[in-house]
Design a protein around this ligand. Structure first.
Ligand code: ANZ
Length: 802
């Protein structure tokens, strides 16, 4: 028997056996107790797997191994989210075709993932950039189109001048491109959208039944942004135009001193007075250059110009000046806002800048004025003041009365507005799934019939960003289109956002590449929703909303039976280095490879898990990994040299074993791998102190360690004479009656300082524990007078105050 544990030989040996025996391939048909364990699939970049990948995948794998040992038929697939800008940018730089570089990167990553020793079912792998996969991305587009959920619209879009492509709102971070950091500009373009806004209510209400982190659900709620309020109609003086404003707080309607219209509003020039036309036109031009984010930023200086026109107050008939200002957005509510400078911060900034009157119309319970930015507008308390017939009413009550009164007069109606915008799915880039649409000679779009899927991505294309879709250069693409559809027909040159590819991949894993059926309902019913989904919190809004929307749409189209794709969700924390996020630009990236070479995959993954609770992440240090390595060597030592049938284990030791089983079980269940490891370390200390441990104890310990150290424990299991693979064993259960330790250690404090410890029987009555604490030699020295106060925290601590 080798004296030291040699991870290199052992890990390779077991990986080969696992593969040869195909023990991680799930039988999707036969499985009795299906459990779908999914990790967010990676993007195959040219860089090797980094610590972040390991921190996502390895602990997730430990959780799924644990679940399998508890008797579930666990299916955990892996794949690659392989379309996207990095491969294309790389092609621009090097001239290497994205297909070639992606294939190579995928290959390298598969090899690296193998070394991790995760129990992935590789037979079900997907790669979103292959025609076998993207035919379904295109098929999904056709379903959306057929069902009226895909449409084309000219609109102002976020444009990254460096990536030369459109970005979704979600991809703009603080006014810059999420990928390259370049400032994003606004550009008018014809784009394809998917009507996710049809699903606002369902996306919101579905959240309550999901076992997801509360923070993530809150982010989705805010992103969907439901506002309950009403529209109010304002007649423009001397014109037949009526402008509607959307407000959530109509209780402030007597505080309106101006109305603001968005620069993009279609009626704006029509209602602008002649004298103000020039100035308004100039203002419209300036506003069009700003990003939405800039316009709504609280900190930015407000700007606007008077239109020369007035609107009439629906209750008083008073003339209210109409201004145009870019802090009012056209694509929210009605694009017109009633200005209430006494109770809205932006209106207040605006009124102060342009010397417009400020009139109070509501008051808090304490009788003070307030702005709505500081209170919860749906639960606010206070009264309406100086508001004609509504004066003296409670704010919330008054709001209802005012809406009712407006409705009666035909000057308003209740309305719900959502912040969520339709999903912009087209991209002017090469490395994505071509949108399966062709245009007839009149320019009318037609879906490509399903028989022509996959609608192949052409290859005769250069990769220079020109602002036009690179597919416009392909001669083959046009020739293909004309051949099938007729002369003068043109293909759609845009490709799809890669978030489309990842919005349904969990369904395709279940189909093993089947080219005829998108999803077989038998499998969908059996395996969906995903039992546990694990991945980064950065996907809280985009991916995790899109995938929910697509599932709901597919249900409505009749392809799936479930409404939600992911029942439970857990996010891993961030691994930092010297307190900062690891990034190439900071030069603080730690490569796992050297550590895996030296210590093995098991030690490396356990070290990551030991850093702290999985959801918290932790700070990397080289020192910690040595401690884990020592633990592994010691465990090896005890289990290979100290096991004997004649071992004598007393009741106390048995109790410790059962407490350890409970602690490890509870810890892994709650993703606290760190405390599972602590429990195993404490147990190992106790085992080392004995002359020998029994084979049963050794086996139980091995089983408990198996999810965390899959290779090591297979080897130990074999050495201990265990049958089959360790991963095919049943998780140990504990005996409740043995959980109570026969004795316990109690700390004794005097005036808050630790002065000694006592060891007493676990069932000793409280009074006797306190008495024993008082008799402790060192404690006695500090109890010169009778204690004023005695406190006993059961099982842990006696505290005296003198
Ligand atoms: C009058 C008012 C008084 C408002 C007050 C607020 C406070 P949420 O909750 O985010 O939906 N608003 C409406 N449409 C807008 C647009 N297109 N661009 C910019 N602002 C717009 O906010 C609703 C409030 O946002 C609305 O209620 C409106 O201002 C403003 F003390 O109306 B309020």
């Amino acid at each position: 028997m080798p004296k030291n544990y040699d991870p290199r030989a052992v890990e390779a040996k077991w990986r080969k056996l696992w593969e040869d025996e195909k023990i991680y391939e799930a039988d999707l048909k036969k499985a009795n107790d299906p459990y779908y364990g999914l990790v967010m699939f990676p993007y195959p970049s040219g860089d090797k797997l980094h610590v972040g990948h390991w921190y996502n995948f390895a602990p997730a794998d430990s959780f799924f191994r644990f679940t399998r040992m508890q008797g579930k038929d666990v299916f955990t697939p892996m794949g690659f989210d392989a379309f996207g800008l990095p491969a294309e940018n790389y092609a621009i730089k090097t001239g290497i075709h994205p297909d070639a570089s992606t294939k190579k990167n995928v290959q390298t990553m598969i090899e690296q993932l193998h070394r991790m020793g995760c129990m992935y079912d590789w037979a079900k792998m997907v790669n979103t950039s292959t025609p076998e996969y993207y035919r379904w991305t295109q098929w999904l587009f056709l379903q959306m189109f057929r069902n009226g959920l895909a449409y084309k619209k000219q609109g102002m879009v976020n444009w990254c001048p460096s990536c030369q492509t459109v970005l979704a709102n979600e991809q703009v971070k603080e006014g810059t491109c999420e990928r390259c950091g370049t400032e994003v500009i606004q550009k008018p373009l014809e784009q394809w959208f998917w009507k996710i806004t049809n699903y606002c209510e369902r996306l919101l209400s579905g959240l309550k039944d999901l076992a997801w982190p509360e923070k993530t659900k809150l982010m989705q709620r805010n992103w969907i942004g439901k506002s309950v309020g009403c529209d109010v109609s304002w007649k423009v003086e001397g014109s037949d135009v009526v402008l509607d404003t959307f407000t959530t707080t109509v209780d402030t309607i007597f505080g309106v001193t101006f109305v603001v219209i968005s620069p993009e509003h279609p009626e704006l020039l029509k209602i602008t007075s002649k004298a103000h036309r020039k100035e308004v036109e100039k203002y419209i031009g300036a506003a069009s250059k700003k990003t939405e984010l800039d316009r709504v930023a609280e900190t930015k200086d407000k700007s606007g110009v008077f239109t020369g026109s007035f609107v009439l107050h629906p209750f008083t008939g008073a003339k209210v000046p109409l201004w145009v200002a870019d802090y009012v957005l056209m694509n929210y509510g009605t694009g017109v806002v009633m200005g209430v400078p006494a109770h809205d911060q932006r209106d207040k900034d605006f009124a102060e800048k342009y010397s417009l009157p400020i009139i109070q119309s509501i008051r808090s319970e304490a009788g003070e004025s307030f702005v709505y930015d500081d209170v919860d507008k749906y639960h606010v308390k206070g009264t309406i003041v100086e508001s004609g017939p509504f004066t003296g009413m409670q704010i919330l009550e008054g709001r209802k009365v005012i809406i009712g009164e407006l409705e009666k007069r035909g000057l308003g109606k209740p309305r719900i507005v959502f912040r969520l915008r339709d999903w912009l799915v087209s991209r002017q880039r090469y490395w994505g799934a071509p949108i399966p649409v062709v245009y007839d000679p009149e320019g009318k779009p037609h879906p490509v019939p399903e028989e022509h899927l996959p609608w192949l991505l052409p290859t005769d294309v250069e990769f220079k960003p020109t602002g036009k879709s690179p597919l416009t250069e392909s001669k083959e693409f046009v020739a293909r289109t004309e051949k099938i559809f007729g002369k003068g027909w043109r293909p759609e040159y845009d490709t799809m956002d890669t978030f489309v590819c990842s919005s349904f991949y969990e369904l395709r894993y279940l189909m093993e590449g089947d080219p005829k059926t998108f999803i077989d309902q038998k499998f969908e019913k059996k395996w969906m929703p995903v039992s546990m989904y694990i991945g980064g919190p950065e996907h809280a809004t985009m991916h995790l909303i899109y995938a929910r929307f697509v599932m709901m749409a597919l249900k409505d189209f009749g392809f799936v039976s479930h409404e939600e794709p992911f029942k439970s969700l857990v996010h891993q924390g961030l691994i930092t280095h010297k307190g900062a996020k690891m990034s190439k630009s900071k030069g603080n990236v730690v490569s796992p490879d050297a550590f895996v070479d030296r210590y093995g995959a098991d030690v490396f993954r356990m070290y990551l898990m030991f850093m702290g609770p999985f959801s918290d992440g932790g700070d990397w240090s080289d020192l910690g990994i040595k401690g884990i390595d020592r633990f592994v060597q010691r465990a090896w030592d005890v289990l290979t040299t100290q096991v004997s049938k004649d071992a004598k284990e007393d009741k106390e030791f048995q109790s410790l074993l059962h407490r350890t089983i409970k602690r490890v079980t509870d810890s892994i269940s709650s993703f606290h791998f760190n405390t599972a490891l602590s429990a195993l370390m404490e147990f190992l200390n106790a085992a080392e102190a004995l002359p020998a441990v029994s084979p049963d104890t050794a086996k139980t310990f091995t089983l408990l360690l198996a999810p965390l150290a899959p290779h090591l424990t297979e080897e130990l299991w074999e050495q201990l004479g265990g049958k089959d693979f360790v991963i095919n064993q049943t998780w140990p259960s504990y005996d409740k009656n043995l959980l109570q330790s026969a004795s316990m250690t109690i700390a004794v404090q005097v005036n808050g300082k630790l002065r000694g410890t006592i060891r007493v029987p676990s069932d000793m009555p409280d009074a006797e524990v306190i008495a024993a604490a008082r008799e402790e030699e060192n404690v006695k020295k500090f109890l010169t007078t009778a204690p004023k106060k005695e406190l006993y925290v059961k099982g842990r601590l006696v505290s005296f105050v003198v």
